[in-house]
Design a binder for this molecule. Sequence first.
Ligand SMILES: *Cc1c(COP(=O)(O)O)cnc(C)c1O
Length: 413
Amino acid sequence: MPLTRSQCEQYDSNDPLAPLRGEFVLPEDVIYLDGNSLGALPRGAYTRVVDMVETEWGQGLIRSWNDAGWFDKPRTLGDRIAPLIGADPGEVVVCDSTSINLFKVFAAALAMRPDRKTVVSEAASFPTDLYMMEGATGLLDGYQRRLLYDSGPGLEDILDQDVAVVVLSHVDYRTGRLHDMAAVTELAHRHGALVVWDLCHSAGALPIHLNADRADFAVGCTYKYLNGGPGSPAFVYAATRHQDTAHQPLSGWHGHADPFAFTTDYRPADGIDRFRCSTPHLLSYAPLEASLDTWERVDLDLLRAKSQKMTDLFIDLVDQECAGFGLEVASPRDPGARGSQVALRHEHAYPVMQALIDRGVIGDFRAPDLMRFGFTPLYVRFVDVWDAVEVLRQVLSTDVWREDRYATRSQVT
Ligand SMILES: *Cc1c(COP(=O)(O)O)cnc(C)c1O
């Protein structure tokens, strides 16, 4: 029996998360399938931003560092993100960017395995992770990198007594492939290596169990599924058991044990605060605070169930409606093996995606040939999935994507 739009409407009326959509601003006539790149605007962000600007800054002035909790913001927001990633209070701070936080924990982890000189990551990692690793090992002597490729030896085969740190994306930014965090971490630990998890595409997309899975370190951004707004600060997690032995090299004053003693020598703070560096970008925290008000009411198991049902539906509809148009599903077909996004491969992925965006279906393109569609369970509906596939079918069946204007590459794809 082919799937129908009215079935999708039925799914929406039975969806326990459906009311949350009302908490976001979404333009009319847009089907937003790019919340994995930039989350939608939470309605509560307006009042929170205005409050921070008018009251905390305008009236409170310098007093707000104490009175409005500005100084502790990285820590208080870290404690609010902790339950979303399976961490405890005191294990997460929100500050800086993902790239910078990766540098901190990667360098700290290297120093915890001083006799080992090999680092491991995946060739398909989000490039900034590889670049930051290069930058960190480039400051030291004698390190070599081993990369995992889609086809080729697996992690099991390349781990040995020389591997200090493994850096992996929990969910692959292109294909959505999901690693088994517990199994991979256990494997690395068995060989004496530490693991840094990049959670950019999994935080807010599915339940994460950092502590239960014995993770060492993790980083992630808040502007994707967590809806913190463009350029919102990232988070960094260090397991409690490592906090006193981990030393991150960006030893700025906010990570000092006593910042206002203004001493000449660095002494790291106890606990997670040592992963801070300097003055937080406070205005960027305000929308994230509003978003976390919504997240406090989200049941992550329901979130995962809806996400899997939506991505399954999308794949089934592409199979049903778009057969013969040269599309290939690049994401795992097993819903247990992927995050909350689906990638479709097409020879002309770029212009096809531009034609979709022109018709209000917003996804994105990742070189060389992938169209990426993110399904954010807080505000995407099942009918949106249906309608998006319908537009995709029209774009492909009419060849409208061949118009010249869709071939011009923008700076951000
Ligand atoms: C989005 C993303 C980043 C972004 O890093 P920034 O420092 O925020 O620019 C890093 N890693 C992964 C896997 C990402 O998806």
